[in-house]
Write a protein that binds this ligand. Sequence first.
Ligand SMILES: [Zn+2]
Ligand SMILES: [Zn+2]
Length: 267
Amino acid sequence: MNDKFSLTVLGSRGSVPIDGKNFVRYGGSTSCYKILAGNEEIYLDAGSGIVQAVPKAETRITILLTHMHLDHIIGLPFFVALGQKNRPIDIYAQERSGLKPQAALARLISPPFWPLKIEEYPANATFHDLPQKNFKIGEVDVEFIDGTHPQGSTIFKLTFGGKSLVYATDFEHSPAGCEKLANFAYDCDLLLYDAQYTADEYDKFRGFGHSTPDEGLKVAESACAKKILFVHHAPCRNDDELAELERIFVARNENVSFAKVGDEIFL
Ligand SMILES: [Zn+2]
Ligand SMILES: [Zn+2]
């Protein structure tokens, strides 16, 4: 059996895509992470990073959406697998603002904003509400909790072959929220954590639904996470600024890195 379990960063920019020579190393595409777990190919979010995804022919494709903010769904109409006739694609998301996933996506991905709805593509896309409890995608266990974010956001944990990763994007810290997350992520092999703001910037953006690397480090350390990947970089934070932040936080904890497009992490 194929027991490979890996995460590839396809996009980790927060809020809006950006490009230019100062955004090459960390990348300018918005949130999308490709997980390979045996024969499962699971995408965490469908930001503009999913546009460059090259799905394998033999895998089963699932997309887990944390929430429907634009930066997490804007790449979906361009996902190459949607153009593959009858290819099954399962899309899971929580009902939010009174809208089930299919209805929420159709608000944006339908005329006049886009010529087609997702279900009109050649692939066989199926929408799923998140079930009441944890569920399985093949041999992958999926657990989830709610994060703190405007309109809400889902924090996912994927476990495969005894290894686990937790994806906590679009999460704003609070004492209770961080304790809940640290318990949920306890002993995970990899924690992806929203580090959009520096601690100095955070005061200006309180209530916007994002966090800081300082808070992420505290959560990761109380969760005993083996690796920490900071994600959802501020849109205008350039490569040099991110590298400097990374240098500072790696000095505090050698298991830290800031997500760079193309990074592949094996669990
Ligand atoms: Zn976001
Ligand atoms: Zn958001």
